[in-house]
Design a protein around this ligand. Structure first.
Ligand code: PNS
Length: 158
Protein backbone atom coordinates (compact mmCIF):
# COMPACT_ATOMS: atom_id res chain seq x y z
CA UNK A 1 0.00 0.00 0.00
CA UNK A 2 1.49 3.31 -1.11
CA UNK A 3 0.93 6.03 1.47
CA UNK A 4 1.58 9.66 0.51
CA UNK A 5 1.63 12.74 2.69
CA UNK A 6 0.84 16.12 1.18
CA UNK A 7 1.81 18.86 3.64
CA UNK A 8 1.05 22.56 3.53
CA UNK A 9 -0.57 25.43 5.37
CA UNK A 10 -3.69 25.42 3.15
CA UNK A 11 -4.72 28.81 4.53
CA UNK A 12 -6.82 28.79 2.48
CA UNK A 13 -6.83 25.80 0.15
CA UNK A 14 -6.51 27.06 -3.44
CA UNK A 15 -7.20 25.67 -6.90
CA UNK A 16 -3.44 25.05 -7.05
CA UNK A 17 -3.63 22.69 -4.05
CA UNK A 18 -6.67 20.97 -5.53
CA UNK A 19 -4.73 20.35 -8.75
CA UNK A 20 -1.91 18.63 -6.82
CA UNK A 21 -4.27 16.64 -4.58
CA UNK A 22 -6.37 15.38 -7.49
CA UNK A 23 -3.28 14.21 -9.36
CA UNK A 24 -1.82 12.66 -6.19
CA UNK A 25 -4.89 10.44 -5.95
CA UNK A 26 -3.60 8.60 -9.03
CA UNK A 27 -0.26 7.73 -7.46
CA UNK A 28 -1.13 6.71 -3.89
CA UNK A 29 -3.52 4.29 -2.19
CA UNK A 30 -3.79 6.46 0.90
CA UNK A 31 -3.34 10.22 1.06
CA UNK A 32 -2.70 12.13 4.26
CA UNK A 33 -3.22 15.86 3.82
CA UNK A 34 -1.16 17.32 6.67
CA UNK A 35 -1.95 20.86 7.72
CA UNK A 36 1.10 22.54 9.27
CA UNK A 37 -0.13 24.54 12.21
CA UNK A 38 2.22 27.34 13.20
CA UNK A 39 2.17 28.39 16.85
CA UNK A 40 3.27 31.92 15.94
CA UNK A 41 1.22 32.79 12.83
CA UNK A 42 -2.43 33.76 13.21
CA UNK A 43 -4.22 31.88 10.45
CA UNK A 44 -7.15 33.12 8.39
CA UNK A 45 -8.95 29.80 8.96
CA UNK A 46 -8.77 27.49 11.98
CA UNK A 47 -7.41 23.99 11.51
CA UNK A 48 -10.95 22.61 11.82
CA UNK A 49 -12.25 24.88 9.04
CA UNK A 50 -9.31 24.10 6.75
CA UNK A 51 -9.73 20.36 7.33
CA UNK A 52 -13.49 20.53 6.68
CA UNK A 53 -12.97 22.47 3.43
CA UNK A 54 -10.34 20.00 2.17
CA UNK A 55 -12.57 17.07 3.04
CA UNK A 56 -15.63 18.57 1.40
CA UNK A 57 -13.68 19.40 -1.77
CA UNK A 58 -11.73 16.15 -2.15
CA UNK A 59 -13.54 13.50 -0.05
CA UNK A 60 -15.92 12.34 -2.77
CA UNK A 61 -13.28 12.16 -5.49
CA UNK A 62 -10.91 10.22 -3.22
CA UNK A 63 -13.67 7.72 -2.48
CA UNK A 64 -14.47 7.40 -6.18
CA UNK A 65 -10.82 6.67 -6.92
CA UNK A 66 -10.59 4.18 -4.05
CA UNK A 67 -8.06 6.28 -2.16
CA UNK A 68 -8.26 6.53 1.61
CA UNK A 69 -8.09 10.22 2.55
CA UNK A 70 -7.32 11.67 5.92
CA UNK A 71 -6.67 15.24 6.96
CA UNK A 72 -4.47 15.82 10.01
CA UNK A 73 -2.71 18.72 11.70
CA UNK A 74 0.94 18.76 12.72
CA UNK A 75 3.37 21.17 14.32
CA UNK A 76 6.59 19.18 14.43
CA UNK A 77 9.03 17.97 11.81
CA UNK A 78 7.53 16.96 8.48
CA UNK A 79 9.57 13.75 8.31
CA UNK A 80 8.35 12.72 11.77
CA UNK A 81 4.77 13.29 10.65
CA UNK A 82 5.38 11.18 7.52
CA UNK A 83 6.89 8.34 9.59
CA UNK A 84 4.06 8.54 12.12
CA UNK A 85 1.56 7.78 9.35
CA UNK A 86 3.73 5.18 7.60
CA UNK A 87 4.02 7.47 4.57
CA UNK A 88 6.92 6.61 2.25
CA UNK A 89 6.20 9.60 0.02
CA UNK A 90 6.01 13.32 0.70
CA UNK A 91 4.26 15.12 -2.15
CA UNK A 92 4.98 18.75 -2.96
CA UNK A 93 3.85 20.98 -5.80
CA UNK A 94 6.30 23.11 -7.77
CA UNK A 95 5.11 26.30 -9.47
CA UNK A 96 8.36 27.91 -10.54
CA UNK A 97 12.12 28.04 -10.13
CA UNK A 98 11.84 29.84 -6.81
CA UNK A 99 9.71 27.01 -5.41
CA UNK A 100 12.28 24.55 -6.75
CA UNK A 101 15.20 26.27 -4.97
CA UNK A 102 13.38 26.26 -1.65
CA UNK A 103 11.89 22.80 -1.99
CA UNK A 104 15.12 21.18 -3.18
CA UNK A 105 16.92 22.43 -0.06
CA UNK A 106 14.13 21.35 2.26
CA UNK A 107 13.98 17.95 0.55
CA UNK A 108 17.72 17.43 0.91
CA UNK A 109 17.53 18.18 4.63
CA UNK A 110 14.49 15.96 5.05
CA UNK A 111 16.29 13.15 3.20
CA UNK A 112 19.32 13.54 5.46
CA UNK A 113 17.04 13.14 8.48
CA UNK A 114 14.88 10.35 7.03
CA UNK A 115 16.35 8.63 3.94
CA UNK A 116 13.46 6.16 3.90
CA UNK A 117 10.97 8.94 3.11
CA UNK A 118 11.07 10.00 -0.56
CA UNK A 119 9.83 13.39 -1.75
CA UNK A 120 8.11 13.59 -5.12
CA UNK A 121 7.36 16.84 -6.91
CA UNK A 122 4.38 17.46 -9.15
CA UNK A 123 4.71 20.51 -11.36
CA UNK A 124 1.66 22.74 -11.17
CA UNK A 125 -0.79 22.69 -14.07
CA UNK A 126 -0.23 25.86 -16.13
CA UNK A 127 -3.71 27.29 -15.49
CA UNK A 128 -3.15 27.39 -11.71
CA UNK A 129 0.62 27.75 -11.47
CA UNK A 130 0.46 31.43 -10.45
CA UNK A 131 -1.81 30.96 -7.42
CA UNK A 132 -0.52 31.34 -3.87
CA UNK A 133 -2.40 31.29 -0.56
CA UNK A 134 -0.39 34.29 0.63
CA UNK A 135 -1.56 36.41 -2.32
CA UNK A 136 -5.12 35.11 -1.93
CA UNK A 137 -5.10 36.29 1.70
CA UNK A 138 -3.74 39.66 0.59
CA UNK A 139 -6.43 40.11 -2.09
CA UNK A 140 -9.12 39.10 0.39
CA UNK A 141 -7.85 41.55 3.03
CA UNK A 142 -8.06 44.35 0.48
CA UNK A 143 -11.59 43.49 -0.56
CA UNK A 144 -10.70 41.85 -3.89
CA UNK A 145 -12.42 38.93 -5.60
CA UNK A 146 -10.69 35.63 -4.86
CA UNK A 147 -13.22 33.46 -6.70
CA UNK A 148 -10.89 32.65 -9.65
CA UNK A 149 -8.28 31.21 -7.29
CA UNK A 150 -10.09 29.08 -4.69
CA UNK A 151 -12.76 26.37 -4.66
CA UNK A 152 -16.37 27.43 -3.93
CA UNK A 153 -16.25 26.00 -0.42
CA UNK A 154 -13.72 28.68 0.58
CA UNK A 155 -16.01 31.45 -0.68
CA UNK A 156 -18.83 29.93 1.38
CA UNK A 157 -16.69 30.05 4.52
CA UNK A 158 -15.41 33.62 4.45
O1 PNS B 1 3.09 24.87 1.43
P1 PNS B 1 3.53 25.59 2.64
O2 PNS B 1 2.41 26.39 3.23
O3 PNS B 1 4.75 26.42 2.38
O4 PNS B 1 3.90 24.46 3.72
C1 PNS B 1 5.00 24.52 4.52
C2 PNS B 1 5.24 23.24 5.34
C3 PNS B 1 4.16 23.05 6.40
C4 PNS B 1 5.27 22.03 4.44
C5 PNS B 1 6.63 23.45 5.96
O5 PNS B 1 6.60 24.61 6.74
C6 PNS B 1 7.14 22.28 6.80
O6 PNS B 1 7.62 21.32 6.26
N1 PNS B 1 7.04 22.40 8.12
C7 PNS B 1 7.45 21.39 9.02
C8 PNS B 1 8.72 21.76 9.77
C9 PNS B 1 9.91 21.01 9.24
O7 PNS B 1 9.91 19.82 9.04
N2 PNS B 1 10.99 21.76 9.00
C10 PNS B 1 12.23 21.24 8.49
C11 PNS B 1 12.19 21.14 6.98
S1 PNS B 1 13.80 20.90 6.37
Amino acid sequence: MRVGLYPGSFDPITNGHIDIIERSLSIVDKLIVAIGVSATKTPLFSFEDRAAMIDSEIGALAKQKGVELSVVDFNGLLVDEAKKHGAGLIIRGLRNAEDFEYEAQMTAMNRAMAPEVETVFLTASPDVSFISSTLVRQILAMGGDISPFVPKVVLENI
